[in-house]
Design a protein around this ligand. Structure first.
Ligand code: ZN
Ligand code: ZN
Ligand code: ZN
Length: 384
């Protein structure tokens, strides 16, 4: 039973420091309750999304009928669901008591009665505005954002989550290793992208989350997807791909290729700078350094080479059940990296109208340093 007592608080403190201990969903709820206590919040309300899945294991669809997890600061959490979705919640292995509401009942009044007396409630960041407003009518309490509380938990991966991210990384590496099967001059980005998407599934993902095949000038647009641009001999091609595995964890890796001939000599200079920057960032990142210092060390190398203006985005993002989550590796984020944190290291250099390059690895902070999940070569890959 997830009740915050002195004993459980001490147990939680220990488990935060030891990533070798398996933590179950109940422990996540206990950690959430400790965060609520620390912030003087009476209850956390979570509707379908990654936070609900993290806290209960329930991957509920975000539909019009209200599903809402109520995590009180003390006592037992309760999942409020439409009665017709109770079997789905039970099948997902939800361990907290489930309270169903029937079609003509008011689910917000039900949530209010489950919450009881409260002065401050936290709502999840992705809760629909219509629900936030309805809860404001139903519960006379101050509303605050719950996202930061849950993000702080999700940021420190448990051993099983680290393993799942390693598996996802190995799966996307297998796709990059096969790139020569599909990527060549004379084909369009769209044709190559369709082949890559099939391989993302074949190599061990359940869904394809994104496929970026950015050739020639399109490489200068960091979030270009695919187009009907025909890849030309000597074009640099930025390939950034990712999916979600059956375990529910995401992959995300970028490699830059050159196909069918010699690229512009400036591209080779630019790529050497980028490779040095990304390597320096991998060597620097580890528990105890700040997130922003990882960004700074690569940005300085790129700026010193004259490409400072061309590195137009942050260095990276956390990754887990979502492709982009905390911690963000960006100037101004003074968060100290800690064992269990997983994030991308993906500097890029983009010259509008000409070409671009990016190198991206997912890395995990462990007690021994940095474990880089993606193992394909970082050098420019030349394909015939
Ligand atoms: Zn991105
Ligand atoms: Zn990416
Ligand atoms: Zn990324």
């Amino acid at each position: 039973m997830p009740i915050v007592t002195r004993t459980t608080l001490r147990q939680v403190d220990r488990c935060d420091q030891r990533v070798d201990r398996l933590v179950n969903v109940t422990d996540r709820l206990v950690r959430a309750q400790r965060a609520l206590a620390d912030h003087g919040i009476d209850a956390l309300l979570v509707t379908p999304g990654a936070d609900l899945r993290y806290l209960t294991g329930y991957h509920a669809l975000p539909l019009e009928r209200l599903t809402c997890l109520v995590v009180p600061v003390t006592g037992e959490a309760t999942l409020v669901v439409p009665e017709l979705e109770r079997p789905a919640a039970e099948a997902a292995g939800v361990e907290v008591p489930i309270v169903g509401w029937r079609e003509t009942e008011d689910p917000f009044a039900l949530v209010s009665s489950v919450v009881g007396a409260a002065e401050r409630i936290a709502v999840d960041d992705h809760m629909w505005a219509s629900r936030v407003f309805a809860l404001r009518q139903a519960i006379a309490a101050e509303q605050v954002l719950g996202g930061p509380l849950v993000a702080a938990l999700r940021m420190r991966k448990e051993p099983a989550e680290v393993d799942a991210l390693r598996e996802a990384g190995a799966a996307i590496d297998r796709v990059h290793r096969r790139m020569g099967e599909w990527l060549r001059a004379g084909r369009t980005e769209r044709e190559v992208g369709a082949d890559i998407a099939r391989a993302i599934i074949d190599e061990g993902h359940e869904t394809v989350d994104f496929v970026i095949v950015a050739s020639g000038p399109n490489g200068a647009s960091p979030h270009h997807e695919v187009s009907d641009h025909v890849i030309e001999p000597g074009d640099p091609v930025v390939v950034d791909i990712g999916g979600t595995t059956a375990a529910g964890y995401c992959s995300d890796s970028t490699r830059t290729y050159v196909v069918g001939g010699e690229p512009d000599p400036e591209f080779l200079r630019l790529y050497a700078v980028l490779e040095a920057a990304q390597q320096a960032q991998r060597e620097h990142a580890r528990p105890g350094v700040t997130a922003e210092s990882v960004d700074q060390i690569g940005r300085k190398i790129i700026a010193d080479a004259g490409y400072g203006e061309a590195f137009v985005h942050r260095t990276g993002h956390g990754i887990g059940q979502e492709t982009h989550e905390e911690p963000y590796i960006v100037e101004g984020n003074t968060l100290t990296l800690d064992a269990g944190m997983a994030f991308s290291i993906e500097p890029g250099i983009y010259l509008p109208g000409r070409f671009g390059a990016r190198i991206e690895d997912i890395a995990i902070c462990t007690l021994d340093g940095l474990d880089v999940v993606n193992r394909t070569p970082h050098e420019l890959v030349r394909l015939p």
